[in-house]
Design a protein around this ligand. Structure first.
Ligand SMILES: [Zn+2]
Length: 294
C-alpha cells in the first residue's frame, strides 16, 4: 500500500464493519479503526483513541444501558437544572436517583446516548472562570467562560480510590478519567447560575451540615445524623444479639425492615449523608438492569 493510499484510503470499522475515510474514523489502541458513527455512541468525556477494541465495545454497551436508564427513570424524575434555559452546557440533578447528567448544546450535541453520573462518583467540584486579555491596554478583561469543573473517582492517572475512600461510600467511574468542564456562560449577558449549582452539590455532600444557621437553635443536620446513627447502633446491637442467640428466623419481617433502616442510618452517619444517594442510585440501576447480567 502506498503512502497516499495509507492516509486517504478507506479502512473498515472494527466494531460495525462500515468503510470509513480518513476524516470519519479514529485509530484506537492496537491499530484498528472505529468509525465516527460508533464514536458518537461513546461518552463525550472519554478519549476513544486511548481504548482498545474490547474497551470501546464494552463502553458502548455501558452507554446503551445509560440511555435505557435515562429513558425509563431519569426523564420521569423530578429534575433541577442549572442554568435555567441552558444555551451552552448545564447540569441536571435528579436527587431522587442520586444522579445528574450534563446538558451539552455545544460539542456533545451530536452524541447518541445520554449519560448519568452518580453523586457518589464525584471526587470534587469547583467554580472556575477564564478571562480574555483586553485587546488594548487599559481596557478591562472580559469573560471568556465560567462554569463548574468536576472530577470523578477513577483509576490509573486520576484519583486513586484508596480503601478509606471506598469505605466512605464513594464509587469509581468505570470510564471517565479526565476533568470535566461544564461551561455555564461565555459572556456576562444573563444570570450567573454557577453558585446555584455549587450550592446544590454542597447540599448533596453535606458540606455546610456542621454549621448552624444564624439564630437557629437545636441540633444541626450533622448532629442529628450522628445521633440517629448512635441510636441505630444501640438498636442494631440489640437485634444482633437476638439473632446470635435465636437465629435469623427469630426475626419477623417487620423487625428485619426496621433493622435495615437502622443500618442505613448508621451508614448515613459514617458517610455524611451521601449513603442515602448511593442507595437511590443502586435502586435505580437495579430497577433497570436488575434482570440483566452485569
Ligand atoms: Zn462503526
Amino acid at each position: 500500500m502506498g503512502i497516499f493510499q495509507k492516509i486517504f484510503g478507506k479502512e473498515q470499522c472494527t466494531l460495525c464493519g462500515a468503510e470509513c475515510g480518513a476524516l470519519h474514523r479514529t485509530k484506537i489502541k492496537g491499530g484498528e479503526y472505529v468509525c465516527s458513527d460508533c464514536v458518537k455512541k461513546c461518552s463525550a468525556y472519554v478519549r476513544v483513541s486511548e481504548m482498545d477494541r474490547a474497551e470501546v465495545d464494552g463502553h458502548i454497551e455501558y452507554m446503551r444501558r445509560q440511555e435505557q436508564l435515562y429513558q425509563t427513570l431519569f426523564v420521569n424524575a423530578r429534575l433541577e437544572t442549572f442554568p435555567t434555559g441552558v444555551t451552552k452546557q448545564g447540569i441536571t440533578f435528579a436527587d431522587e436517583l442520586g444522579m445528574f447528567t450534563i446538558l451539552d448544546r455545544m460539542s456533545g450535541k451530536n452524541k447518541v446516548y445520554h449519560e448519568m453520573f452518580r453523586y457518589d462518583q464525584v471526587a470534587g467540584y469547583e467554580r472556575y472562570e477564564e478571562m480574555n486579555q483586553p485587546t488594548e491596554p487599559g481596557q478591562p478583561e472580559t469573560l471568556k467562560e465560567r462554569g463548574i469543573k468536576l472530577r470523578l473517582y477513577g483509576a490509573a492517572d486520576h484519583i486513586e480510590m484508596d480503601e478509606a475512600t471506598s469505605r466512605r461510600g464513594f464509587r469509581s467511574h468505570p470510564y471517565v478519567r479526565r476533568e470535566i468542564k461544564v461551561v455555564f456562560q461565555t459572556s456576562d449577558n444573563g444570570t450567573d447560575y454557577t453558585d446555584n449549582a455549587i450550592a446544590h452539590f454542597n447540599a448533596i455532600f453535606g458540606v455546610h451540615d456542621d454549621e448552624h444557621a444564624l439564630f437557629s437553635f437545636g441540633m444541626n443536620k450533622k448532629e442529628k445524623r450522628d445521633l440517629m446513627g448512635a441510636i441505630a447502633f444501640a438498636k442494631t446491637a440489640g437485634a444482633a444479639i437476638k439473632v446470635a442467640k435465636d437465629g435469623e428466623a427469630s426475626l419477623t419481617d417487620e423487625k428485619k425492615a426496621e433493622l435495615e433502616q437502622q443500618m442505613n442510618a448508621m451508614q448515613d452517619a459514617q458517610t455524611g449523608g451521601l449513603a442515602e444517594y448511593t442507595r437511590r442510585a443502586d435502586a435505580a440501576e437495579d430497577k433497570v438492569f436488575g434482570g440483566m447480567d452485569q
